[in-house]
Design a binder for this molecule. Structure first.
Ligand code: NI
Length: 170
């Protein structure tokens, strides 16, 4: 942790303090760190591209709107590679709130999220995006397919032993 001292003119300092108070920050440092992170993230977003990210896209829509619910579902199926999960809440007789968790290259994720939000009848659309460090993927996934290393070994899944692969002949 490094200590940074800043000089601000009175008016800006007051604005900052009031903002931090409204946002319920306990300290100026935490408020400033979040401001800074937000700005730096925006910078990364503007560059977009292939960087890995996780995101949620949330919106409200009227499920009576012609074909909208089925259009949204089809769009998500068409992007199953980046759609991890969807939460659907029936808010009242007409309105549904939907939140989808996405993961993938930033430009693909953003353009899909934007396409959902831009659908006719979708309201209050918001994207929350978190840039992720580059994925390193050199470790083994023993559950995906039995390998020589895992063949015949028992794995405990939810308390129940399960044999993966074939038991080696004695
Ligand atoms: Ni609903």
């Amino acid at each position: 942790m490094r200590r940074v001292t800043l000089s601000l003119d009175d008016e800006l300092a007051d604005q900052f303090d009031h903002w931090a108070e409204r946002q319920q920050y306990a300290t100026r440092s935490e408020a400033f760190r979040d401001l800074l992170r937000g700005r730096l993230e925006t910078e990364t977003l503007e560059q977009g591209g292939q960087q890995d990210c996780a995101a949620t896209v949330s919106f409200v829509y009227d499920h009576h709107e012609r074909q909208l619910a089925s259009r949204l579902t089809s769009a998500q199926h068409a992007h199953h590679d980046i759609c991890l999960s969807t939460l659907h809440v029936h808010l009242d007789h007409d309105n549904c709130l939907e939140t989808t968790v996405l993961r993938g290259p930033m430009d693909t994720v953003l353009s899909f999220a934007q396409a959902l939000i831009a659908e006719r009848g979708v309201r209050h659309g918001k994207v929350m995006l978190v840039p992720l460090p580059q994925r390193s993927h050199s470790h083994a996934h023993p559950l995906a397919a039995p390998t020589q290393r895992t063949a015949g070994k028992a794995l405990v899944i939810r308390g129940k032993p399960k044999l993966i692969g074939k038991r080696p002949k004695p």
